[in-house]
Ligand binder design. Structure first.
Ligand SMILES: *[C@@H]1O[C@H](CO)[C@@H](O)[C@H](O)[C@H]1NC(C)=O
Ligand SMILES: *[C@@H]1O[C@H](CO)[C@@H](O)[C@H](O)[C@H]1NC(C)=O
Ligand SMILES: *[C@@H]1O[C@H](CO)[C@@H](O)[C@H](O)[C@H]1NC(C)=O
Ligand SMILES: *[C@@H]1O[C@H](CO)[C@@H](O)[C@H](O)[C@H]1NC(C)=O
Ligand SMILES: *[C@@H]1O[C@H](CO)[C@@H](O)[C@H](O)[C@H]1NC(C)=O
Length: 799
């Protein structure tokens, strides 16, 4: 007993002397000149003091510090004077005897204060939670930093109707940036971009109109949101998510990063780094203004977003992409003669001067040249209307570059600079994409490395998290500014509301009561329909979609964003009661299966279809977060447009239909169609993107031989009994005998080609197809490799 008392006395006497200061008492100050002048939380994790933000510039800050000795590892979680740093000399944070806490620059000028006063003695104390509190000795709190967040919310810190998070300007500039997390007037927790004339909400996804089942609850005006230490986030609008590492008691922070993405970070003790355990937006390029005006965002799988400047433009401020790029050339209207630089795969959202439908390219150029404000235009062919449309742009913001964008982008440049820019652009191919050192967009999700199964597990665990991907809507965009709907804002909305929700009665009307059936498969029944805007659509009623509406919407929304010229475009969906319907574009030329059985496909078309299909699948596998497996690649699911450009349909159905199967978040039973299915399904091996590669190989063999893989092949060449063989082994045998007979190609190739084909390309195609159907999945190439192998021959077509 006595020793215990002695021990307590000893600790009380000596501990404060050996550790850093815990409290600041009245009449005392912390000085910017003395690096030892910091307050430290009892657990040693947080410190408060002067933090250097630039040359001789300091902010009073709270930082997280797992290793106090390594000051470069500090993570700032709060700042008092982020927009007005103080001088390194003679600046002080003082707790006055009146009860006011003030920050003075160079000894005199007050840059920040708490405006508190008290008759009682006060002290400033830093808690283990990271909360800096001004309290009376009796324990009453007068002021706390948790009530004035900057860009970070710590566990237990409440976000309320009076508070908001504001991002930093850039990774190195801590002053207030352009992105905000706050409760909008309709009580929905939202992310807002405040860098344009009209602020815009970009999360929850503005492309979704308010429905009656969208997840966010708008009637709770008692607004609050809070994160707990286990990784559960809970908001009064019923938005909630669990971090991927939910349950472990870790240090966490929810930070609105300078790139506009809201991320939950967990402290990894071993690696001593912060890892992302949840993030609001999966596609960094979707965030408005992320690369600034005249900047272009590209999505790089595994890395995140990358910013670059348009050709002829240069970055305004090093390491701050939000400021964008400025022209290097003289673009003054009326001064020089202009021409256009064509850049492919590029798109700028919104800010259209006027959309002019049915324009020729020359008309569009003329229109842009006549407008003083026209900086560029987008020119696209609309397959639905059959017209080419012209979109002159008066502001170039929200630029995104993706191999999936069709149509062309024409940038107005001085005529005399055109050839110079042209040679640069062609030379680099990826125009000016070399900016990794400055890219502000981090993306290092935990648990990504182990591929699809792990990702899907993650998907299920982090369901709450992924729901945000867009099942919720922003009505606030429409309701918040009903009067000030300027042209800019409408342009932005127009550009991003292509995908929508349909009511059952709308679709019933469009299909005349679901009578015009055009197909029927495992996925469900497909009907042809004409929508209210006269577009012809394929309308698919899913037969076994038994998952909840939220999950359905989350996934449909992701699928709806997969835009690629070789994928069928999804226009919308319907989810009412138990009904789950997808609305996609309709292809007049029918499926590859229809076309193979007629004689409409010559060799060039077949090669084009093989290449396009590979591109579409490659996009699914690699460009899109690496998780969309098709699982039912077959000629019935490949459609042809008027140019015989293939478009893959029914992608994502495997995901929509794998829900509701207990115990297994991935694939608990076989999918696909006999004849096209990879051996993994039969042997119950892990399902990876290589199952699609296998099916693709079979489809190519069918295209080459004209034979049906589901029926097998009757081989009569040996002069003996006709034999029934699988298509793959039949082709392999023929090829292996090539050494003996030169005519193996002729023996297998579809007679409908009448011998008209390019031998070298045909050999390549068959070789690729045979690699794709290897039994061993690691021996098969990836879809990207397939594209590369085929592309190597794309321009071989002679005169
Ligand atoms: C902090 O503690 C040191 C001794 O550990 C002391 O000299 C200094 O005055 C203290 N500073 C404040 C502001 O209390
Ligand atoms: C940080 O950004 C602000 C706003 O753009 C700017 O005024 C300030 O000069 C920047 N500070 C530094 C150190 O670059
Ligand atoms: C979220 O907050 C609501 C309202 O306070 C509460 O009823 C609910 O249990 C909370 N949910 C979780 C998962 O903490
Ligand atoms: C937009 O274009 C149409 C014709 O395409 C024209 O009638 C209309 O006046 C134009 N609007 C503006 C604002 O120029
Ligand atoms: C990209 O930049 C790095 C240095 O920042 C340079 O070493 C490299 O050569 C550049 N790559 C290209 C393709 O320009």
């Amino acid at each position: 007993m006595g020793t215990l008392i002695l021990f307590i006395l000893f600790s009380a006497l000596f501990a404060p002397a050996t550790s850093a200061n815990r409290t600041l008492s009245e009449g005392l100050s912390l000085s910017s000149e003395n690096p030892e002048d910091v307050l430290t939380s009892p657990n040693g994790m947080f410190s408060a003091g002067f933090y250097s933000v630039g040359h001789n510039a300091y902010c009073f800050a709270i930082w997280f510090d797992s290793r106090p000795s390594r000051s470069q590892d500090r993570t700032v979680v709060w700042m008092a004077n982020r927009d007005q740093p103080v001088n390194g000399r003679k600046s002080k944070l003082s707790l006055l005897r009146t009860g006011n806490l003030i920050l003075t620059d160079t000894g005199e000028f007050t840059v920040w204060q708490t405006n508190t006063n008290s008759l009682y003695s006060l002290e400033l104390h830093l808690y283990d939670t990271g909360n800096l509190v001004l309290r009376t000795l009796g324990g009453e709190n007068l002021w706390e930093s948790f009530h004035f967040p900057t860009d970070t919310l710590l566990p237990q810190q409440l976000l309320t109707s009076n508070t908001k998070l504001v991002s930093s300007r850039s990774q190195t500039n801590y002053s207030s940036g352009l992105y905000k997390l706050l409760f909008e007037i309709d009580n929905v927790l939202s992310l807002l971009y405040d860098g344009a004339e009209v602020p815009s909400i970009y999360w929850p996804d503005p492309r979704f109109h308010r429905g009656y089942n969208d997840g966010r609850f708008v009637y709770n005006s008692r607004r609050f949101a809070v994160l707990d230490s286990f990784g559960n986030f809970n908001s009064s609008d019923k938005f909630t998510f669990l971090s991927t590492d939910y349950g472990q008691l870790l240090h966490r922070r929810l930070t609105l990063d300078s790139d506009g993405n809201l991320r939950l970070y967990s402290w990894d003790e071993e690696g001593e780094i912060w890892v992302v355990s949840w993030q609001a937006l999966q596609r960094p390029c979707f965030i408005p203004g992320v690369c600034g005006a005249n900047g272009i965002c590209s999505y790089v799988p595994g890395i995140g977003g990358k910013c670059s400047c348009l050709p002829g433009y240069k970055m305004i401020k090093h390491s701050d992409w939000s400021q964008g790029c400025e022209p290097e050339l003289d673009l003054t209207f009326g001064k020089s003669k202009f021409d256009f630089l064509q850049v492919s795969h590029l798109r700028f959202y919104g800010n259209d001067y006027n959309t002019s439908y049915s324009y020729t390219l020359d008309q569009c150029k003329k229109l842009c040249l006549e407008l003083a404000d026209c900086k560029a235009f987008r020119y696209t062919f609309n397959t639905a209307s059959g017209t080419s449309d012209c979109f002159p742009k008066i502001l170039l913001i929200n630029g995104e570059r993706s191999p999936s964008f069709s149509g062309s982008f024409y940038l107005r440049v001085p005529k005399k600079d055109l050839s110079h820019l042209l040679s640069n652009a062609n030379h680099a191919e990826e125009i000016g994409l070399n900016c990794s050192s400055e890219g502000p967009l981090p993306l290092y999700l935990k648990n990504r490395e182990n591929g699809i199964v792990k990702f899907m597990l993650w998907f299920v665990c982090g369901l709450g998290g992924l729901e945000i991907v867009g099942i919720f809507l922003v009505w606030c965009l429409f309701v918040r500014t009903p009067k000030s709907s300027s042209a800019d804002e409408q342009g932005h909305l127009l550009a991003i509301t292509g995908f929508r929700k349909y009511t059952y009665s709308e679709l019933k009307k469009a299909t005349k009561g679901f009578t015009k059936e055009i197909g029927r498969g495992a996925g469900g029944i497909v009907c042809k329909g004409v929508l209210a805007d006269n577009r012809v659509a394929a309308i698919k009623q899913l037969s076994e979609a038994n998952q909840g509406e939220h999950v359905f919407l989350a996934e449909v929304n992701i699928i709806g964003r997969l835009n690629h010229m070789n994928l069928i475009e999804m226009w919308g969906y319907c989810a009412e009661g138990k009904r789950r319907i997808l609305v996609t574009e309709y292809m007049e030329h029918g499926s590859l299966a229809d076309n193979l059985s007629s004689s409409s496909l010559d060799w060039k078309k077949r090669f084009k279809i093989a290449l396009g299909t590979a591109k579409g699948l490659s996009y699914l596998h690699e460009e899109c977060l690496e998780w969309v497996l098709h699982c039912d690649v077959k000629p019935e699911n490949i459609f042809l447009d008027s140019n015989y450009q293939p478009k893959v349909a029914d992608f994502g159905l495997s995901k929509l239909q794998s829900r509701g199967e207990p115990n297994n978040p991935s694939f608990s039973r076989m999918r696909g169609t006999r004849g096209y299915m990879a051996p993994e399904w039969v042997f119950n091996l892990p399902i990876t993107s290589k199952v699609d590669v296998y099916s693709y190989g079979i489809v190519v063999l069918e295209m080459v031989t004209g034979k049906d893989a589901t029926k097998g092949v009757h081989d009569i060449d040996s002069g003996e009994q006709p034999q029934h063989k699988r298509l793959v082994s039949w082709v392999r045998e023929k090829k292996n005998r090539a050494a003996l007979t030169d005519s193996w190609l002729e023996e297998i190739i579809d007679p409908r080609l009448k011998g008209k084909y390019d031998v070298r390309k045909m050999e390549t195609l068959i070789g690729v197809a045979l690699q794709c159907v290897e039994e061993e999945r690691d021996a098969r190439p990836s879809m990207r490799e397939v594209v590369e192998m085929l592309l190597a021959h794309e321009n071989d077509f002679g005169p």
